[in-house]
Design a protein around this ligand. Structure first.
Ligand code: KG4
Ligand code: ZN
Length: 327
């Protein structure tokens, strides 16, 4: 039995969680900084880092209390090493190093994107191989997850990430930050066929969302000129239709060409209703997606990732803001 305490501070969520054997959630605690950053329309890195400093110890205490454990029952400390905001990553990494040293426990660091995918191991019997669609605020990737030591990025966005496109369109429509959850909700009331937005034509498994974002901008400008009230729900539904269609199309193409029957969704945008619904319609495939609270940033996924493939790290290890570049 392996019980890991994990920390996550790569962006604007301060999180701690305790997970047994990579799958059994014993506790998961989180404070979102969204209310702090909302007035700026996006995350302010310095403000985020300071907020993590104030909250991280509270989250660690809370995670232990919720799991009803004392530190001597832990087998290791895990944390996110990157990619993310360097100043915020360093808060979690420094806290993890301090705990590792003072409690004499191994330190395990993980990649944030790999961790998002590993959220799918919590409370499931999922096993590789599978195709993963990772759609977050900063990244959009299709991964061929052969096994825990062999994960290949086979497609990614050439410009904006899917979540970034949601956030930019949300800002454009005056819906605040983050745009994803609000657009998802408003789209329920709108007509997905009201406007035809481009999917972004890119070869293979890659994506492009910047053209789509510009198309929404042009449409909004046109509608504003005609001084009509903006059909916000229709714009949300049509935008969401274009994003979800291309994400599903390329992921299914990858599953088909690699002859894999399991698809795994991960990242904040994996919480999206339309995306989940479109994948669920695909018969003959097993589709996994994490519960809503495990789609967006959390520490449980970090613990799962560390259990299955955490690097045993030395105390002088650094953080990285970007993932190493693909050849
Ligand atoms: O994975 P995540 O918490 O953070 C990153 O690592 O980036 O993802 C946050 C992103 C934001 O862009 C947010 O707008 C988007 O996920 N998001 C959604 C939904 N919930 C969150 N996008 C579409 N539909 C949702 N329901
Ligand atoms: Zn994330």
């Amino acid at each position: 039995m392996t019980v890991l305490l994990a920390l996550e501070t790569s962006c604007d969520e301060t999180a701690a969680a305790i997970v047994k054997d990579g799958r059994q959630l014993l506790s998961s605690c989180l404070v979102s900084q969204t209310p702090i950053h909302q007035k700026f329309g996006g995350v302010v890195p310095e403000v985020a880092a300071r907020s993590h400093v104030q909250t991280i110890n509270l989250m660690i205490d809370e995670a232990l209390a919720q799991a009803n454990l004392t530190y001597d029952r832990l087998d290791g400390i895990a944390c996110t090493r990157g990619p993310g905001l360097i100043g915020t990553l360093l808060i979690g990494l420094s806290a993890a190093k301090a705990l590792s040293w003072s409690w004499n426990l191994p330190l395990k660091t993980v990649d944030h994107l790999f961790a998002h995918v590993c959220a799918n191991f919590i409370d499931t019997d999922l096993e590789p191989p599978f195709v993963a669609l990772l759609v977050s605020g900063g990244h959009t990737q299709i991964l061929h997850f052969r096994n825990f030591n062999d994960v290949e990025i086979i497609g990614e966005t050439l410009d904006d990430a899917a979540g970034e496109a949601y956030d930019k369109v949300g800002r454009l429509l005056g819906l605040g930050y983050p745009g994803g959850p609000v657009i998802d909700k408003l789209a329920l009331e709108g007509n997905p066929g009201a406007f035809k937005f481009p999917e972004g034509v890119v070869k293979g498994y890659d994506f492009s969302f910047s053209g789509l974002k510009t198309a929404v901008l042009r449409q909004v400008e046109k509608l504003k000129k005609s001084s009509q009230e903006l059909p916000v729900e229709d714009l949300c539904a049509s935008f969401q239709e274009a994003v979800s269609k291309v994400l599903v199309k390329k992921t299914l193409k990858a599953a088909d060409e690699l002859n894999l029957k399991t698809i795994v969704l991960a990242g904040g945008v994996a919480a999206n209703r339309e995306l989940r619904a479109k994948f669920e319609k695909e018969s003959g495939l097993s589709v996994y997606f994490p519960s809503h609270h495990l789609c967006t940033d959390n520490a449980a996924m970090v613990a799962a990732a560390a259990f299955f493939h955490g690097e045993n790290a030395k105390l002088n290890i650094g953080a990285y803001s970007r993932q190493p570049v693909r050849d």
